[in-house]
Design a protein around this ligand. Sequence first.
Ligand code: FSX
Ligand code: SF4
Ligand code: F3S
Length: 371
Amino acid sequence: MIEERFGMERRSFLKLAAGITAAIGLPITAVPAVARAMTSAPRPSVIWLHFQECTGCTESLLRAEHPTLEKLILELISLDYHETLMAAAGHQAELARRNAMAAHEGKYILVVEGALPTRDNGVYCQIGGKTAIELVKEVAADAAAVIAVGSCASWGGMPSTKPNPTGASSVAEVLGKPVLNIPGCPPNPYNLLTTVVHYLTLGELPALDDKGRPKFAYRRLIHDHCERRANFDAGRFAVQFGDEGHRQGFCLYKLGCKGPETYANCPSILFGDVGSGAWPVGCGHPCIGCTEKGIGFEKPIHALAELLSVTPPTQFARPAEPQGKGSTLATVGTVAAIGGLAVGIGAKIARNLGDHREHQEEERTGRPAKG
Ligand code: FSX
Ligand code: SF4
Ligand code: F3S
């Protein structure tokens, strides 16, 4: 049954259910309850609206492989309106939306993908003769929950980039009330899946942070669970795309990586189910902070990130390479233990960054740097 319905073996399904159970913070004994909710809870009706966006959120969901995530998500919900996926068009599509709203009044989930233009009474995005603002208010009025998927819907994202000619705004701003935000451009589909399973299992949405994001996915800095973090702590940086440090997989901080000021679980859950390294930094590109309002699409890609945390995590082995003048995790740990804690580590990091600035100066001028 599981094989047919979800397109995956029972064993893989249980493994996935166990992963989701852990992600939503339930004990391992809750795995059967989560699996039961996934297989037998009534499928909630979902109305999915699209506004100013690139449809990358939907695309990243549909193109996920192994297990076929889209099959799983589409099996858990009853997707009654989705402009990209529905066969209906025009009046038929409008009818499908109205029918779903009437049949599941107060019980359906509204998912919004894309920002909403608010300038000039919202005329820059209209569907079926209604502006995005009118449509989202109408559908949200009787929804049991509203989920903003992607950075555009969560905080304006790409369309709200200055000078923001259309006044692109988030769902929460337009509705004037908090909604559940799953930012990312695109967001990781596992975070939507986990949110849906949380709702099916416990009958409520997961706990949110102060930006409306589920804590299970956005409570930690990317920098604190990045596989290159030991290189950061050791002062080993790529300084140019394609240089030796870049080829060696060193830290991308100096190329503008925003991992130190961006909260998301990208390095832990990866993208596309193709194995390790399948996330921006893993592929050699600095994180642009796409999940973070005020960072993604706002801070220049090469601008240095603010270091929100300087305490090294303990889960990574220290890098084995002989290069670099920085400390090892062990010495950093000792510095912390001796009493400097973040201050000592901050000084260490500052020194590593300083070494690098000298190096850049030497490269620029061709002369040894002073000091
Ligand atoms: Fe936005 Fe989603 Fe970026 Fe694109 O639609 S979050 S532009 S990936 O697709 O809304
Ligand atoms: Fe990883 Fe970026 Fe932090 Fe370097 S700065 S450790 S690449 S998140
Ligand atoms: Fe976005 Fe950075 Fe993750 S760019 S996808 S938040 S690594």
